[in-house]
Design a protein around this ligand. Structure first.
Ligand code: GLA
Length: 684
């Protein structure tokens, strides 16, 4: 659950959900105290209510400023025009991006004497019509935003359309607006269906006067299950709260949107919120996953970064036409989950041409094998299939297996088809690497690579190479090549890898690369990027985990803190760790959901701690503590609430390469979940 960042707000998180927690609004709506405005509909609303209007037959594509600018001053006419120019000049318009959408903060706080909306004269000195005209002159379309409430979501409180639906819709239409995002803040408790349907009718009435159809985007954050009722109200509906530019947010939204596949189709789409690609809070691997998964979910593709200073990598991701074609497939199916065990996700999407797009998505923090088959993805039985890799832009043949080692947080996205010409492509090979990529400087580690032929045809002249950073010694200790690799067979090669003495503890890139030929001589290769961690052996004796270097952390809010509680924002913003009045000098302060991983190198015996919810959350918060040794849960506290004293927890970790201290939300969402691993100690 998203958190508000003030202490008072925190206390009312659950109740606030219905009033618009997911907005960036400040002063809450005057709740139900104010009389609900009456909805202004024309006396005889004889407009046929339907959105079966041929609009948004594929998910809308375009831009919206919110994720990059929020309400900041750079959201203005120059930006909007600049984005329109870039759409044309950088080929994004050709790739399908069409709508240039304004979000909140475009208007003044007060309507004029006639009740009309007034564009902010500093941001939009020439008004909205001039911007629409410019965008139209570039062959693009303009979108605008308001709320189905008395005010929009921003704390400044710009006017919302509740009670002004017909006049505001007419004003938008007169300006030449082509798309409306209709938010949910300050809604005065008026029934959502009524509010959203009234604006639908108002838009249809306005379109009747201008002839310019308007795509209608419902933004009520999934609170009223719009997928169950809105397919004849709007063209798309948000299914979740707001996305933010980090892996956890993207992942949580993805998981909420995936189960809604059955509700999406041409003209009515699930909207898991706008793209964060290029905003800087995720790696390019994570952004490729974000874009792959939004596309396989047939989500609207609204670019949320300021393209005026976007990197080449951002343009490469957003401009990938093969991935866009998945999103825009005219059959309009949202992909469905075939499996998700252990964070290894397989999602398949039926395509109009009968092919299937398959995403092998790795939610976890380490490389994983993710696998399925062409049959499981929905294709008919066949001796061989063509597999098109949509990020590598290369085609292969497979005898039926679709599998890959997928890097941490990565996605392999392929389009699989029965294709009479499959044999012209080289066989697909799968790469794998066994053995830990945890390396102590100066100490050799053994690894085993596998190259497996997934093709119907054999791979010929196969060779494999593992390479590491400059100065690392990497040598094969068994054959790294073979004359031919028949269907289903693997070449296994053992390797010895040594990081030079003195290599600082950190993450380092390694690459495994297989080169081979198809039976007809076509050259092919497959590359697996890997990450090795240089680690420091744990000290002998008893150490405080609050003082030891860790391998990796994830944390619900803010960073994991050493020897203080979790302050939710910057490093070092916690308090003395306190559980039920007892103050602890040492330990780890975390916020669910959290995981802190240490390298123990098979040299340690026990982990012990006093665990509980920190007192700084008053009566709130309930979490569960777990200690894992490699892949096995060795100890669990059960759910602990803030009322309880710290409990002792202890785990036997003998033989483990790594241990992980995990805090879950106890099954009730992560609000106020400040967990303390007080006096956490490792004995080696
Ligand atoms: C809400 C919406 C966001 C954005 C902001 C603007 O939070 O969900 O997408 O439009 O309001 O204030």
């Amino acid at each position: 659950m998203r958190r508000l960042h003030t202490r008072t707000a925190r206390r009312r998180v659950v109740g606030a959900l219905t009033a618009g927690l997911l907005c960036t609004f400040g002063p809450a709506a005057p709740a139900l105290a104010a009389p609900a405005p009456t909805v202004a509909a024309p006396a005889a609303a004889d407009v046929a209510p339907t959105v079966d209007d041929g609009l948004a037959l594929t998910p809308p594509m375009g831009f919206n400023n919110w994720n990059s600018t929020h309400c900041r001053a750079e959201f203005n006419e120059d930006m909007v025009k600049g984005i329109a120019d870039i759409f044309v000049e950088k080929g994004l318009k050709d790739a399908g991006y069409q709508y240039v959408n304004l979000d909140d903060c475009w208007a003044l706080q007060s309507r004029d004497a006639n009740g009309k909306l007034v564009p902010d004269p500093v941001r939009f000195p020439n008004g909205i019509k001039a911007v629409a005209d410019y965008v139209h002159s570039r062959g693009l379309k303009l979108g605008i935003y308001t709320s189905a409430g008395t005010k929009t979501c921003n704390e400044a409180g710009f006017p919302g359309a509740l009670g002004h639906e017909y006049s505001d819709a007419q004003q938008f239409a007169d300006w030449g607006v082509d798309y409306l995002k209709y938010d949910n803040c300050n809604n005065q408790g008026v029934d959502a269906r009524l509010r959203y349907t009234t604006m639908r009718d108002a838009l249809l009435a306005a379109t009747g006067t201008t002839g310019r159809p308007i795509v209608y985007s419902l933004c009520e954050w999934g609170q009223n299950k719009p997928w169950e009722w809105a397919s004849d109200v709007g063209h798309l509906w948000r299914t979740t709260g707001d996305i933010s530019d980090n892996w956890g947010s993207m992942l949580s939204i993805l998981k909420q949107n995936l189960p809604l596949a059955q509700y999406a189709g041409p003209g009515h789409w699930n909207d898991p919120d706008m793209l964060e690609v290029g905003n800087g809070g995720m790696t390019d691997t994570e952004y490729r996953s974000h874009f792959s998964m939004w596309s396989i979910m047939a989500a609207p593709l609204l670019i949320g970064s300021d393209l005026r200073d976007a990197s080449d990598a951002t343009f490469d991701i957003l401009g990938n036409k093969e991935v866009i074609a998945v999103d825009q497939d005219p059959l309009g199916k949202q992909g469905t989950v075939l499996s998700s065990e252990g964070g290894r996700w397989v999602v398949a999407k039926e395509m109009k041409d009968g092919s299937r797009t398959v995403a092998l998505f790795n939610e976890t923090g380490s490389a994983q094998r993710v696998a399925t088959t062409a049959r499981a993805a929905g294709l008919p039985a066949a001796g061989a299939y063509t597999v098109r890799d949509l990020w590598q832009h290369k085609s292969y043949n497979t005898a039926g297996t679709i599998s890959a080692t997928v890097p941490a947080h990565g996605t392999v996205l392929v389009r699989v088809s029965t294709d009479a010409k499959w044999a012209k492509n080289p066989p697909a090979v799968e790469l794998g690497l066994d053995g830990g990529l945890l390396v102590e400087a100066g100490k050799p580690v053994k690894l085993t690579s596998t190259v497996t032929d997934l093709g119907r045809t054999a791979a010929a002249q196969v060779s494999v190479k593992l390479s590491g950073p400059a100065g690392w010694a990497v040598k094969a200790t068994s054959p790294a090549g073979t004359h031919t690799l028949p269907t289903g067979r693997s070449l296994r090669t053992t390797w010895q890898v040594t990081a030079p003495k003195g290599t600082p503890a950190d993450s380092y890139d390694l690459t495994l690369k297989a080169s081979y030929r198809s039976p007809t001589g076509v050259r092919a290769e497959n590359v697996l990027p890997l990450t090795a961690s240089v680690v420091v052996a744990p000290p002998a004796g008893v150490s405080s985990l609050g003082d030891l270097p860790w391998l990796s952390t994830t944390n619900g809010w803010g960073p994991v803190e050493r020897n203080t509680s979790n302050g939710e924002n910057e490093a070092g913003d916690g308090n003395p760790m306190t559980v039920n009045g007892v103050v602890y000098a040492k330990g780890l302060g975390v916020h669910a959901d959290s995981s802190v991983e240490y390298y123990t190198g098979k040299a340690c015996e026990t982990v012990t701690a006093q665990v509980g919810v920190d007192d700084e959350e008053g009566d709130d918060g309930s979490v569960a503590f777990e200690i894992w040794a490699d892949g096995t849960k060795m100890a669990a506290s059960g759910v602990l609430s803030n009322a309880q004293a710290a409990q002792a927890i202890s785990a036997d970790v003998r033989g483990a390469q790594t241990v992980r201290l995990v805090v879950t939300d106890g099954g009730d969402g992560s609000t106020s979940d400040h967990g303390d691993w007080a006096d956490a100690q490792l004995t080696c």
